[in-house]
Design a protein around this ligand. Structure first.
Ligand code: AMP
Ligand code: ZN
Length: 119
């Protein structure tokens, strides 16, 4: 069934508590934790508890949870006090765009100057 846990998925294991993570926020539908290889002073990943490979497939199947991720990204930015200076929400989609973990995740980046266009 769509959204079911995948045995070989790192982020499903973080949701289940089987792989440790520095969790900063949790809701009934989402988990937010610090990226293990931070690219900015604030670098948090917001993920759904359910497994979909990317943002598009999550939004198509469970649009309310996609909205939950965006709301949680804003809460993370506010808690880390980067909302005033500006922050970025990134969904890398596809290996060609740098996606390495195929469980939907929003990167929340802030706390430093962010260039545009991104690399
Ligand atoms: P992406 O390249 O967009 O798929 O993003 C995957 C992100 O997951 C990268 O920024 C990694 O640094 C991060 N990451 C990988 N393993 C872990 C982990 N165990 N805990 C936290 N972040 C991780
Ligand atoms: Zn997963």
């Amino acid at each position: 069934m769509a959204g079911e846990r995948q045995a070989d998925c790192l982020f499903c294991k973080i949701v289940a508590g089987e792989v440790p993570a520095t969790v900063v926020r949790e809701t009934a539908t989402t988990v937010a934790f610090r990226d293990i290889n931070p690219q900015a002073p604030t670098h948090v990943l917001v993920i759904p508890r359910v497994h979909y490979p990317d943002a598009a497939s999550l939004a198509a199947a469970e649009p309310q949870i996609a909205a939950d991720i965006l709301r949680e990204a804003a809460e993370v930015a506010a808690e880390d006090k980067v909302d005033g200076s500006g922050y970025r929400i990134v969904f890398n989609t596809g290996a060609g765009a740098g996606q390495t973990v195929f469980h939907t995740h929003a990167h929340v980046l802030g706390g430093r100057g962010l260039q545009w266009p991104p690399g």
